[in-house]
Design a binder for this molecule. Structure first.
Ligand code: NDP
Ligand code: MG
Length: 378
């Protein structure tokens, strides 16, 4: 079998490290051609030593690259603009985008423009620019394969069941570390409390988003765009064990679910090998003693979820504003500038402004992102 040429963007993050585990474990299937990072130059230098044929792109401070011995070497791309250049030159068959935040959007487009399939963990690309990303992919007949566990589950369920007779999507949510906290106690939640996720080990931004349920809000928008389905037909169900990754309900009443241990290596492996079936790398799910619970999400204690539905229904540039306001608010919370409940206050204030009017090309999407950030400064 010919090895797939793989680029891993955000190789030093949580998704990136899981992807490297998959690539090392299934080494006959993959040949890495590019790794990228933004601040952890030392880890990127180690990857470059382990995979000398692969290019590496470092978008952070030049001094950090120099200290790690990355400068002046062949196959090394340095600087903020170098990542898209490296993507264009890498010639990947599939690009895993594990960059966090809005910074992932341009690399997603660059990967598709280079002729690579897109294995997408960076949900912000779809929340900000779903139509543009999908149009770019369609114009080149390239697949966008979701890596987010919920969307990976739905993608696979819809491939197997077909869309005929589909009633609605049921997105599961762990509920995060504050699922049982009262509204009063939530006001006192610290970054340390919020970073202690009960079931998933992830980067800081998405971990805070899981605590506010903004992550589920972003995922509702992501699902609407990826699967071309309306807000009314996407339901969120809190399922603390994170064993059911999502479900689809059919008009005849049947519900189909995807179950596995909470381990991101499975959706990453499936996206990298798509459309082939993958050999088992992860531990099997044991049913003995397994107890699965379900609850309705509490939109009063977790207003970020209802704000996401509002933004999705409002259309225009509201989902760009939702994402940007949330990124600013999370950074302010982590910096100790605002309280945990202040995150939704910042987002509500930004969304109260007028974001009607479409932004459908990359420059206008990036400009809307910039304006939303300016409006969300705290
Ligand atoms: P991490 O914070 O762990 O990693 C982010 C990666 O992106 C790092 O490699 C980081 O580089 C790089 N990066 C950060 N900022 C920039 C930038 N401005 N330009 C270029 N590269 C940058 O995040 P996660 O791995 O947790 O999440 C990545 C994405 O995947 C997010 O969109 C998240 O929502 C999504 N996702 C994550 C899941 C998970 O389990 N972690 C599950 C589902 C989706 P460096 O480390 O060098 O600074
Ligand atoms: Mg998810």
């Amino acid at each position: 079998m010919k090895k797939k040429r793989v680029s891993v963007l955000g190789a030093t993050g949580s998704i990136g490290k899981n992807a490297l585990d998959v690539i090392r474990a299934d080494k006959d299937a993959f040949s890495p051609v590019l790794f990228s990072a933004n601040s952890r130059a030392g880890q990127l230098a180690s990857l470059s030593a382990e995979f000398p044929e692969a290019k590496v792109a470092f978008s952070g401070r030049r001094e950090a690259a120099e200290a790690a011995g990355l400068d002046g070497r062949k196959n090394v791309f340095l600087g903020a603009n170098a990542l898209c250049e490296a993507i264009a030159e890498a010639g990947a068959d599939v690009t895993l985008n594990g960059i966090s935040g809005a910074a992932g959007l341009e690399p997603s487009i660059a990967a598709l423009n280079s002729g690579s399939a897109l294995a997408l963990a960076n949900k912000e690309s779809i929340v900000m620019a779903g139509a543009l990303v999908l149009k770019t992919a369609a114009s080149r007949a390239l697949p966008v394969i979701p890596v987010d566990s919920e969307h990976s589950a739905i993608f696979n369920l819809l491939r197997r069941q077909g869309r005929e007779g589909l009633k609605e999507l049921l997105l599961t949510a762990s509920g995060g570390p504050f699922r049982t906290w009262s509204a009063e106690r939530l006001k006192t939640a610290t970054p340390q409390d919020a970073l202690a996720h009960p079931t998933w080990n992830m980067g800081r931004k998405i971990t805070i988003d899981s605590a506010t349920l903004a992550n589920k809000g972003l995922e509702v928008i992501e699902a609407a765009r990826l699967f071309d389905i309306g807000a009314d037909d996407i339901k969120v169900i809190v399922h603390p064990q994170s064993v059911i990754h999502s479900m689809i309900r059919m008009n005849n009443g049947a519900v189909y679910a995807q179950l596995s241990r909470p381990d991101m290596r499975l959706p990453i492996h499936e996206a990298l090998r798509f459309p082939e079936a993958v050999p088992a790398l992860c531990e099997e799910l044991e049913f003995e003693g397994l107890c699965l619970n379900f609850e309705k999400p509490d939109l009063v204690r977790f207003p970020m979820l209802s704000l996401a539905y509002d933004a999705l229904r409002a259309g225009g540039r509201y989902t760009i504003a939702y994402n940007a306001a949330n990124e600013c608010a999370v950074a302010a919370f982590l910096a100790g500038k605002i309280s945990f409940t202040g995150i939704s206050d910042v987002c509500r204030q930004t969304l109260d402004m007028d974001w009607s009017g479409e932004a459908d090309d990359l420059p206008s999407i990036l400009e809307s992102d910039r304006l939303s950030r300016a409006a969300s400064m705290v």
